[in-house]
Design a protein around this ligand. Structure first.
Ligand code: G3P
Ligand code: MG
Length: 244
């Protein structure tokens, strides 16, 4: 992997800034910027017609006024969906953003972005290709784009097909320490992102010895975030603009 020196902050806004605006919307990305964060994480999935959009769940049910699988809907319909009222009536005009829109906004705001790639129905290759295509069509100046995924096949694909982008191995909370270390050795990645339940000083140290940055999700308590940073964690994902 080409080594790209990243300027990593201590706090990355989770799904934009998920406690201040509906997650994975343009409002949420703007909130992160308004609260002086320099990085955001968002979740990227494909619509039925293979357009990368921001959404966390496989279905529209929790975060929109529509129902059903995202992959059963074309972009044209997704754009008409209300993705904000569930959070607060003030956000009734929020829609599901395309990746193109999200990257354009990040570029304007000089925000770096962590794209968590979430494949469904074995569309790993298509998801990566459409994401890369979207990035390449834009002339972006935003400082950094970091890819991440829980999906190991997709991570391997990123390491070969998208090796000019830094990569993060997202660890599932069901993984154990031995398998985490094993895969971290196997995959050429910049960082390993741990669920908070799995963090231990020994694991942090082992990952650092492998030359990986260690990031932790999702940390919403100031004190807990301070303790993690004191233990050696490089950065945390938070729904709040914690100050570290
Ligand atoms: O990338 C960190 C975090 O977003 C991973 O979990 O479920 O919030 O996407 P999730
Ligand atoms: Mg995510």
């Amino acid at each position: 992997m080409k080594t790209i020196p990243l300027k990593l902050p201590k706090v990355i806004g989770h799904r934009g800034l998920a406690k201040f605006a509906p997650e994975n919307t343009i409002d949420s990305i703007r909130k992160a910027h308004e609260h002086h964060l320099s990085w955001v994480e968002v979740d990227v999935m494909l619509s039925r017609d293979n357009i990368p959009v921001l959404l966390h769940d496989e279905t529209l049910d929790r975060t929109t006024n529509a129902k059903g699988l995202l992959t059963d809907h074309d972009l044209q319909h997704l754009l008409s969906v209300d993705a904000g009222s569930w959070f607060h009536p003030d956000f009734k005009n929020a829609s599901i953003p395309t990746l193109h829109e999200a990257l354009t906004v990040c570029d304007k705001l000089n925000l770096s972005i962590n794209l968590e790639l979430k494949p469904s129905h074995h569309n790993e290759e298509r998801l990566l290709l459409e994401t890369l295509d979207c990035i390449h069509k834009l002339e972006l100046h935003c400082p950094h784009i970091l890819f991440s995924s829980f999906n190991k096949s997709l991570l391997k694909l990123c390491a070969t097909t998208a090796s000019n982008f830094p990569l993060a191995y997202l660890v599932d909370d069901k993984d154990n320490e031995a398998s985490i270390i094993q895969f971290a050795k196997e995959i050429s990645c910049y960082s390993v992102h741990l669920p908070i339940e799995l963090v231990s000083p020994a694991l942090i140290q082992q990952l650092h010895t492998l030359g990986k940055k260690v990031l932790v999700f999702t940390v919403n308590e100031q004190l807990q975030a301070e303790q993690l940073i004191a233990q050696g964690v490089d950065a945390v994902f938070s729904d709040y603009p914690l100050v570290l």
